[in-house]
Design a protein. Structure first.
Length: 262
């Protein structure tokens, strides 16, 4: 399958690199308005289209990786030439119905909501389609995107909530990691050492939960011995409303995502 990518910014370039592992670099063409980013795409081994018309001729699947404000213009420009091609939009807050309003309801449209972890092929990506792709076509595409990360087929009305717990949450997790590392500095470690220790602990804990399963609370109990050190820390977190704060943070984020949509 030949892939065309419109926009070679943060996400477009991350998807191009991750997708090159499933479709091959030679099957990816990019269209980008910034000369500097076009150069970068060429240097990184991708084909670069001189215009959108050329890109469409070179692609079976078109990934729209421009900012939401630029999406309508791109949709207007491609709407008469998409025929049987699959359009994939990753624009935050733009739903499938809005895309159909421009390109029509016959087109094959997929909406994805990725997070920044696509940069290392470990994104968490929500997916929904408009019902115009056959099951086989859809699963073939999901398979291609598996090199970008884990895909979750969800109802579109959950996309704003997904944005909060997966799209924005890397920033919350980075904050937690930084706080732990700074705490390490306060205890006497250099920041770099503290950060390495924290990163290994975070990825190890996540792997443990994935491999051994179970509810995180069961594992908290296992780490927390009666009258021991860990329970002191947990008690302080609870007194400060740690879980409630995190839950309110997610609520605020998804409220904002809904508000932005209007
Ligand atoms: N960044 C994230 O973590 C993240 C997460 C989830 C979803 N998203 C979604 O991903 C999309 C892309 O975000 P991003 O952070 O990658 O944005 P970005 O870095 O600004 O990349 C977009 C690129 O597209 C170019 N562009 C604009 N209009 C174009 C057109 N008509 N044809 C071709 N190229 C065009 C832009 O050029 P100029 O800069 O010159 O305008 C820019 O180089 C957005 O819709 C965003 O909502 C991003």
């Amino acid at each position: 399958m030949r892939v065309g990518i419109v926009g070679y910014g943060n996400m477009g370039s991350a998807f191009a690199k991750a997708l090159s592992r499933s479709v091959g670099r030679e099957n990816i063409t990019v269209f980008e308005i910034s000369g500097e980013r076009r150069e970068r795409a060429l240097e990184e081994g991708f084909g670069v289209a001189k215009d959108l018309h050329f890109l469409l001729g070179e692609s079976d699947l078109i990934l729209l990786a421009v900012k939401p404000k630029d999406l309508k213009g791109v949709l207007e420009a491609v709407k008469d030439s998409i025929e049987d091609k699959v359009l994939i939009s990753i624009a935050a807050g733009v739903d499938i119905r809005t895309i159909e309003e421009v390109v029509g309801t016959d087109g094959k449209i997929i909406r994805m909501m990725p997070n920044i972890n696509v940069l290392v092929g470990r994104g968490t990506i929500a997916v929904a389609q408009n019902g115009k792709l056959s099951e086989e076509e859809f699963s073939r595409i999901l398979n291609l995107f598996s090199t970008c990360g884990s895909l979750y087929e969800i109802q579109e009305d959950l996309f704003d909530s997904f944005t909060a717990i997966a799209g924005s949450s890397p920033a919350f997790i980075f904050s937690f990691i930084d706080a732990l590392a700074m705490a390490g500095v306060k205890e006497g470690f250099g920041y770099e050492d503290a950060l390495r220790i924290v990163l290994d602990t975070v990825s190890g804990s996540s792997q443990l939960l994935k491999e051994l399963g179970g509810n995180p609370n069961e594992w908290i109990t296992k780490v927390t011995s009666p009258g021991g050190t860990t329970v002191e820390g947990i008690a302080y977190l609870e007194r400060k409303g740690f879980k409630g704060t995190v839950m309110r943070c997610v609520e605020k984020t998804s409220e904002k995502a809904r508000k932005l949509k209007g």
